[in-house]
Design a protein around this ligand. Structure first.
Ligand code: FAD
Length: 433
């Protein structure tokens, strides 16, 4: 048994490692435990790691905007350079096509409010900048075997651009970098250590029990278990007090040779295309990464046990993804075989994460990240630190949610927006948040 630690963090993904860094920075002794082999080896390793600011609520937009400078000034954020290499933010900009599923004015009103730069592009301007794209409106997205899939377009598209958007080149390395910085501040990481139970004494958390029986003692435990977070919350007995549920949702993301003109070296942007139900972005090595945006016609694949799901891509998803992309980019050469991955989101009921305490004193959670919180990892660690600081000093965060003042805007983010007890937020109901 290791001696007691001030804080135990369950999960060494990009968010868990960030939580560990910020809690270690606060002067606490921090131990991170993960059943996997390395930082970021869980769902983080499969992330498309897109950084964007297009969300449906003010607090979500502010959060992403406040987190972005950390990616741009990564070493400054970490306070140390990882000798094994540092991930990089690539500022490609993002093109967001018009769709009834995600109102332009709702986003631009929020961007105007926060001061986020953007442009509205009409069809001829998009065509001039990106002649490779077919700008037909095909909404709603359809399965490829639907005869209407081949229908002519019913109009042409407009788009929003986010010039400050982009992606991080290596999501797993981002987690490793955060873990390195956390270690630099004294945090300890233990891998191949699986939490099997939660120790409770005198009405508060007292630590965790690992598979094999070892008990690790701590008065504060943060659940950052990604797609396993609900199971961990069940072990702690806190799910009854949660109004928002989280569930593992299976996803497939494919890589393909970038169509001419849409490679990273061509200056291609990230494209969010709710008109066909896909997003795509360039990546290093002349390829594009293509994933889905949960259009109504695609059945959601909920997974009951995050340790047992089909980790292989399927022909159906591959064909759907590739044919939809070919619709938007007629020059796209559909590959003969799939290259891709299957992974899990930890999706919440409203696609907004939960950064919160719980009904069990000492048990905290950063979960329900809904396929859209990689970008917010640097600030999620700070949110958890602010919540732990406040609640451990006796503050009632449920009654009077902590407000976190962002350094970039000086604006307060209401952390009650990420409460486990919130009424579900009105969002796009998809990974877009
Ligand atoms: C396919 C995909 C694409 C995505 N694309 C984007 C994107 O473009 N932009 C964006 O912002 N976000 C994106 N996301 C979301 C983002 O990647 C996640 O929100 C983020 O990586 C979650 O990090 P985490 O640390 O919370 O969880 P994880 O990385 O899943 O880490 C959780 C860790 O907990 C450990 N664990 C679980 N149970 C136990 C236990 N019982 N005992 C010990 N350890 C345990 C696991 O081993 C794991 O390492 C995407 C996610 C996926 C899956």
């Amino acid at each position: 048994m290791i001696p007691g630690t001030d804080v135990l963090v369950i999960g060494a993904g990009v968010i868990g490692s960030s939580v560990a860094l910020e809690l270690a920075r606060s002067g606490r002794s921090v131990t991170v435990i993960d059943k996997g082999p390395a930082p970021g080896a869980g769902s983080t390793s499969s992330s498309s790691s897109i950084i964007r600011f297009s969300y449906s609520t003010l607090d979500a937009v502010l959060t992403a905007w406040e987190a972005a400078p950390a990616w741009e000034h990564w070493e400054q954020h970490l306070g140390v350079a990882d000798p094994d290499g540092m991930c990089r933010f690539l500022r490609t900009g993002m093109l967001l096509f018009d769709s009834p599923d995600f109102s332009f004015t709702r986003i631009t009103d929020l961007w105007d409010d926060v001061g986020i730069p953007y442009e509205v592009l009409e069809t001829p301007e998009i065509a001039a900048r990106f002649p490779q794209l077919d700008l037909g409106k095909y909404y709603p997205p359809k399965p490829v075997d639907d005869p209407a899939f081949a229908d002519d377009p019913n109009g042409t598209l407009r788009a929003l651009t986010e010039p400050d958007a982009g992606f991080v080149d290596d999501p797993m390395l981002a987690a490793r970098n955060l873990a390195y910085a956390a270690r630099h501040h004294g945090a300890t990481f233990r891998f191949h250590a699986e939490v099997a139970g939660v120790e409770i004494a005198d009405g508060r958390v007292a630590g965790v029990r690992l598979v094999g029986g070892e008990v690790l003692r701590s008065p504060v435990v943060v659940n950052v278990g990604g797609p396993h977070s609900w199971r961990l919350n069940e072990m702690a007995g806190v799910t009854e007090g949660m109004r928002i549920r989280t569930r593992a949702l299976r996803q497939e993301v494919f890589a393909a040779t970038a169509p001419a003109g849409l490679a990273l070296d061509d200056g291609a942007p990230v494209v969010s295309d709710l008109d066909i139900g896909q997003y795509f972005r360039p990546q290093i090595g002349g390829t594009v990464l293509v994933g889905g945006t949960e259009p109504a016609c695609d059945e959601l694949e909920w997974v009951d046990d995050a340790d047992h799901y089909d980790e292989h891509t399927t022909v159906e998803k591959f064909e759907t993804t590739m044919y939809r992309l070919a619709r938007r980019v007629p020059s796209f050469g559909i590959p003969h075989r799939p290259t891709g991955l299957a992974a899990l989101y930890d999706a919440s009921d409203d696609w907004v994460p939960i950064y919160d305490a719980s009904d069990l004193p000492g048990w905290y959670m950063a979960c329900g990240t809904s396929g859209n919180q990689f970008k917010n990892a640097p600030i999620a660690g700070k949110f958890l630190r602010a919540i732990v600081d406040a609640v451990e000093s006796g503050h009632d965060h449920d009654a009077e949610p902590v407000r976190f003042v962002g350094e970039r805007t000086g604006r307060a983010i209401d952390l009650g927006a990420f409460s486990r007890r919130r009424s579900p937020a009105s969002t796009s109901g998809t990974v877009m948040g």
